[in-house]
Design a protein around this ligand. Structure first.
Ligand code: 13P
Ligand code: SF4
Length: 310
């Protein structure tokens, strides 16, 4: 059937018949962001999932985000257009290895980035996202040593912001670790008036050139309210859609990676397409499922994050 289907119209119709809500991350392709009921960063999406009244949550993002929605809504049907939409950070922190790492650091308070599996979350004391990591770490009792996983770059950034020493799991994101400092500096020379905004998953060498560091939502809010007219954006290029929509008069330049491409896309996020979104709603599959005990174990640290974020 392919090309003749009006995916946008069919998806809108399926939303009504299923009483579904479509939650999408900023790294999704533009058409998916436009058909979604809510577009946000990991924290805003978790908060939206926690309070939705819909019967079905269609999650246009990656696996750990849909898992979070399921953990917060154990009784609801959670659909993910492509179950293979994983995350390199989550994949680089296998639960068995994480358990061993944790055992090497007994008595540490475990703060896990939301970009981790439900099994790693279940072994954590509290979860954080890029938008609340500083706030969360600041609330860890001062007499506790901290283990932070799985993103070392976010961890290092948080250590600087909070002054807390943390043991870091050596993980990183394949998208954010390949931004090129050299090409960024060249771009800054070509655009001396541009403000540089960067995601904290980038390496320290790249972050030190940033005028503003924040989550995807933080970056979006910042460029919309900044008096500057030009921005170099150091994160996945999907965010440019909302930036251009919110401020069509401003110029947004995606920062280049060191692989010769002009911008950076997350291969996992981009597995979701309008066709897969339509099919998953029509067939009510693939469904995101989790063992009940794991769901229950991962809920407490996630709830603690939501409480500590207020
Ligand atoms: P945000 O929570 O900032 O949207 O980040 C999610 C993510 O996966 C970044 O790579
Ligand atoms: Fe994971 Fe990186 Fe993709 Fe974000 S951009 S979902 S951290 S692989």
């Amino acid at each position: 059937m392919g090309a003749e289907v009006d995916y946008e119209r069919e998806i809108q119709e399926l939303k009504r018949t299923l009483n579904a809500v479509i939650l999408a991350h900023y790294y999704q392709e533009s058409e998916i962001q436009d058909v979604a009921d809510f577009v946000g960063d990991s924290l805003a999406l978790a908060q939206a999932a926690a309070k939705t009244k819909a019967d079905v949550i269609v999650f246009c993002g990656v696996h750990f985000m849909a898992e979070t929605a399921k953990i917060l809504n154990p009784g609801k049907l959670v659909l993910l257009p492509d179950l293979k939409a994983g995350c390199s950070l989550s994949d680089r922190c296998p639960p068995a290895a994480f358990r061993a790492f944790k055992e090497k650091h007994p008595d540490h308070f475990v703060v896990s980035y939301v970009n981790s599996s439900a099994a790693v979350k279940a072994m954590s004391d509290v979860i954080c996202t890029s938008s609340n990591a500083v706030k969360i770490v600041n609330q860890v009792p001062k007499d506790r040593r901290i283990l932070f996983a799985p993103d070392q770059h976010l961890g290092r950034y948080v250590m600087k912001q909070t002054g807390r020493d943390m043991v870091l799991w050596p993980g990183s994101c394949i998208v954010h670790e390949i931004f090129s400092e050299k090409r960024l500096v060249q771009l800054k020379v070509q655009h001396p008036e541009a403000e540089v905004v960067a995601h904290p998953e980038c390496e320290e060498a790249v972050l030190r050139h940033a005028d503003y560091i924040g989550s995807t939502k933080g970056l979006l809010d910042h460029v919309l309210k900044s008096p500057k007219r030009e921005f170099i954006v150091v994160t996945e290029a999907g965010i440019l859609h909302q930036m251009k929509r919110g401020a069509p008069e401003k110029t947004f330049i995606p920062a280049p990676p060191d692989n010769g491409c002009s911008c950076n896309e997350c291969p996992y996020m981009r597995l979701n397409t309008m066709e897969k979104l339509y099919r998953c709603m029509k067939d009510k599959t693939p469904e995101l499922t989790l063992p009940t005990d794991l769901q229950a174990a991962a809920l407490a640290p996630l709830q603690r994050m939501l409480e500590w974020s207020q």
